[in-house]
Write a protein that binds this ligand. Sequence first.
Ligand code: SF4
Length: 688
Amino acid sequence: AKARMSVNDVTKTVCTYCGVGCSFDVVTSDRTILKVQPSYDGPANSISTCVKGKFGWDHVNASDRLTKPLVRDGRRFRETTWEEALQVIADRLGAIKDEHGPDALGVIGSSKATNEESYLTQKLARQVIGTHNVDNCSRYCQAPATQGLWRTVGYGGDSGSISDMERASLVIMVGTNTGASHPVIASRLRRAQKLNGQKHLVADLRRHDMAQRADVFLKPAPGTDLVWLSAMTKYILDEGLADDDFLKQRVNGLEEYVDSLAPYTIEHAAERTGIDAETLRGTARMIAAEEAVCAAWAMGVTQHSMGSDTSTAISNLLLVTGNYGRPGTGAYPLRGHNNVQGCSDFGTINTFYPGYQPVTDEAVADKFAAAWHIDRLPLEGGLDNHGMVDAVQEGSLKGLVVIGEEISLVDANVNYVQEALTKLDFLVVSELFFSRTCEFADVVLPAASSLEKDGTFTSTERRVQRLNEAMAPIGESRPDWLILQGIAERMGVEWGYTHPREIMSEVADLTPLFAGVTWERLEGYRSLQWPVAADGTDSPLLYEDAFHFDDGKARLHPLEFREPVNQTSEEFPLHVNNGRVLEHFHEGNMTLRSEGLSRIVPDTYVEMTPRTAAENGNLATGDWVKLISPSGEMSARILLSDEVADGEVYVPMQAGEVNRLTSNDTDPDSHTPAYKELSARVERVDGP
Ligand code: SF4
């Protein structure tokens, strides 16, 4: 055993699967991953991981990893050198820029890339190309939560730490299947429920694991969360149960907000949501009476045409009950991807430089222009992901750089997206595998995985943590920071970074939010939660003394309910919900390559109740069906289950094409697709 240990390497890394930010040692021997070993020092997870963090690493050495750059040669691709691939990219991007201007190009970043790579993604767009057309997949998921928090409390991130959630006397979970999507947070909350008597209020369409264990489970009609949240808030104010001192001292806008609540009576909410009036009143009284209430939410709230407003309604409720600024209180939009928080934080977003410094602010633009040695930067925001796809369809956007984002499967209405990709003059994709999006590319670049590079990720609790290279990049693959630097150099801009620590140091100089972040302060298992002051003091809990507005006061935000789009009809009678399962991450490009995980859940499926199955042609588990929506169709097997409600179905997104069904409808405030507002009919078919 001693001899074996002597050839093994132990490298601290951060999980690449979800926003919880579990950190652990990975034990390797050359390229063989021997085990994942969590440590008591892991700030988010201690000695826990979930099944993905523990067993989801086969993708790193998968036989179909991309190991050489590829260039299109007619209908095929041929392997090429980095030299040629980078030159083709620089020539083609340069030619489009010369002919049509910088805004004919766009860059889509990756929420799985490191913070340093996210910074360089936006630097390529802004400094080298000269456009703010840059965005990331927070547009597809949590941008509405960020809007809701910007409006009401100021910072677009979790207001405390995961450890604070454990200290809540009541956790409200809305539209989050925490047990599947953020499993280590779920286990910590289950422990608090069991050992400390913490209460759980779960509101969801599905009676999933956390719902089954909840003290109160609410099943609203699809798309009506804003109604019951606002009705409970109104009831709390009307009954004199609000935290008046907190409202007086720390919150603005009460009067206008109270006026806006007039339509949200309990009776109206009961009728519209289907939750009975007494349950609504009793739950509101429970929330008002609890000592420390926090609220967690995810895609079940945000991926709606009212995602920003429903997120705002959650924050309004917390403000009215005085639940911000103390341990156990606050808002927790649970970030889905491992670095979706950091990707936006580091400026891969069309309207902000790193640290949410607006592109419209002249002083900020001058600061970045000076640091990047260019004359000027545009003062108008660029296109977001959807704007870019629309612009391709319209013919004004000609070239795209996509860093590790499977846009042809995960964006809504992929029929529309894939059609757009065929219209591009030039597409370059950096990826681990030959993904579906690569099929549309002109150049495909082999990227290093998270175990093959240094960098930092930022988790849902605003925690910046370092990951370290456990093995060299496979074949000729490279980390994205080197890929981006290679493109910039070929386009005439020398960045000259030799290590990600130099990139982080540049970010800290330019970004007040990260002023005190240094590589050394993140050594080993050490971490920092932003904002980080220049002296290195970080912020595990926000809003203890002031909210992030000039006068330090929070803002109640009036809201008006709009009916969900794509409601059920005679032609499309089933409501379709979609999301994750515990064993897989997202579309499954990584987890489906892990043998153990894909053996447990090899495919997607359509989950429905026995009654719904009986009403739709006596379907049984295992039968093949086609789901047909107004936008498209997909096939999958049936799984009978009582977790969904009658008349509603659930389709996990791994290995499937659920986004053939979704539409172009978005939340107007964030442009996030209404993935969860979807209806379809089901037809039995013989096979896939
Ligand atoms: Fe932790 Fe999430 Fe990774 Fe599971 S997937 S180990 S909960 S970070």
